[in-house]
Design a protein around this ligand. Structure first.
Ligand SMILES: [Zn+2]
Ligand SMILES: [Zn+2]
Length: 140
């Protein structure tokens, strides 16, 4: 992975840049992520909020209920519908998650854990080599 790393949505209206290494990478199997992605999970790359900036366009936000305090804030492109960010709360958040599919070079994505496996689908094949958490990982 090259720092800064960049990415964007399907239509090109939104472009982002991150000038820090990811804090954590994983796959979220919760029902909200299934609805939003249309797939079995969302692959996420957690970075410090201060390292993440939009270079072009503006995110719209959709909020879902969260087990943590506040709501889960999910950013997307209003023009093409691509989901780009998550893992933030509706209060100022020290971290932001970007979805791995939005990266300009998604090949460096290395999931370190599966989370919300309690919602995982039976047709969702998971890597047995990485840790699994029924909900959020501990200490988050
Ligand atoms: Zn777009
Ligand atoms: Zn999720």
């Amino acid at each position: 992975m090259k720092i800064p790393f960049t990415g964007g949505c399907a239509c090109g209206a939104i472009r982002y840049e991150c000038n820090a290494e990811p804090i954590l990478m994983g796959k979220c199997h919760c029902r909200d992520c299934q609805h939003i992605s249309g797939g079995a999970f969302v692959p996420f790359v957690i970075v410090p909020s201060e390292a993440f900036r939009l270079m072009k366009g503006k995110l719209e936000y959709h909020f879902t209920e969260s087990l943590k305090p506040g709501k889960h804030k999910r950013g997307f492109c209003a023009n093409c519908g691509s989901r780009l960010t998550g893992a933030e709360s509706d209060t100022p958040s020290p971290i932001v998650g970007v979805v791995a599919g939005s990266l300009d070079d998604p090949t460096w994505f290395r999931p370190q854990m599966d989370i919300f496996t309690s919602d995982a689908q039976p047709w969702d094949l998971m890597d047995p080599a990485i840790p699994k958490y029924e909900k959020y990982p501990p200490l988050e």
